[in-house]
Design a protein around this ligand. Structure first.
Ligand SMILES: [Zn+2]
Length: 311
């Protein structure tokens, strides 16, 4: 018998309940790096993050996919608390960032042990809790894919094939997306189970279309950076991908893991932006049905985990 569900920090839920979902955000994050530059990328106040999450809910949002990976300040217990207090579904992550943010143990552990660590998080829980991740992550560096990153793509691909968890990626500044896609195909991964992330940054529609043509999902997730032009270039990318016939493969989010983007931390525009200003801009170019297709129908399909259970 097969069972299908989405895995949230509060447990399994039917994926129909995910509702309006942002597919790549950060609520609790702390880059493991002593460089003061990264202070702005630290979100560690559960109260403020809850406030931000409540404003997303009040604007009509239901689910946040929290893409903070291992060694980047991931905190499943605080995510659980935010989920309970804000009444929002949160899907958390297992897997890795690009090489410069990897934990040292990656370089001394063998492949099987790394794989087993990920499987333990998925089957038992993260860091001694019973909270389980609902998505896998891999990352690649700016303009290159390192040998370690290739190794982790291989390991995460294996874990994906064994568990059914979907994979969502980080392409530094949107580079090396096609290489990532190629590695997944070489590792026998069904491209419809992979979101290639940050691919809107180069603002190259041909890149998005090529990835879609290969069967991958593309994520426009650096939205809300340039309010002055109402994200016109992002809106155009979304419209162009839809017009090319790939509405089923587009995901939308803000990757707003920075104080300057979140009103609760003194920034702007915040997570409610997708349901307010940006929705207004999109509505001038696409139908409401298409808008909800991207924010509801696609995440519902993608974050569904199907596993075989023995009767
Ligand atoms: Zn991110």
């Amino acid at each position: 018998m097969n069972t299908a569900y989405a895995q949230t920090v509060l447990g399994k839920i039917p994926s129909e309940k995910l509702g309006v979902a942002l597919s790549h955000e950060h609520l609790i994050v702390k880059p493991n790096n002593s460089d003061s530059y990264y202070e702005q990328y630290t979100l560690d106040d559960a109260g403020k993050s809850t406030e931000e999450t409540i404003s997303f809910k009040q604007s009509g949002g239901n689910t946040i996919v929290e893409m903070t990976p291992i060694n980047y300040g991931r905190n499943p217990l605080l995510l659980k608390k935010i989920s309970e207090n804000a009444g929002i579904h949160i899907i958390c992550t297992t897997g890795f960032h690009e090489e410069k943010f990897l934990p040292n143990w990656i370089f001394s552990m063998d492949d099987d042990s790394i794989k087993q660590k990920l499987l333990n998080e998925i089957n038992i829980g993260i860091d001694g809790t019973t909270i389980k991740p609902g998505v896998l992550k891999i990352g690649t560096s700016l303009n290159k894919v390192t040998e370690t990153e290739k190794r982790l793509i291989r390991i995460v691909s294996d874990v994906h094939k064994e568990t059914g968890l979907p994979i969502s990626t980080h392409c530094s500044k949107g580079t090396k997306a096609i290489e990532q896609a190629r590695f997944f195909l070489e590792n026998g991964v069904d491209p419809s189970r992979v979101i290639i992330g940050h691919v809107d940054i180069p603002n190259d529609i041909e890149l998005l279309i090529e990835l879609c043509r290969l069967g991958f999902n593309v994520q426009i997730d650096h939205v809300g950076r340039d309010l002055a032009n109402n994200d016109a270039t992002k809106v155009k990318l979304i419209v162009d991908v839809i017009n090319a016939g790939y509405i089923n493969q587009v995901f939308l989010s803000g990757d707003m893991g920075k104080k300057g983007y979140l009103p609760a931390y003194g920034g702007t525009p915040g997570l409610s932006y997708f349901l307010k200003d940006l929705k207004g801009e999109l509505m001038k170019k696409i139908s409401e049905e298409d808008y909800y297709h991207i924010l509801k129908i696609n995440p519902r399909r993608f974050f569904t985990i199907t596993t075989r259970v023995n009767e």
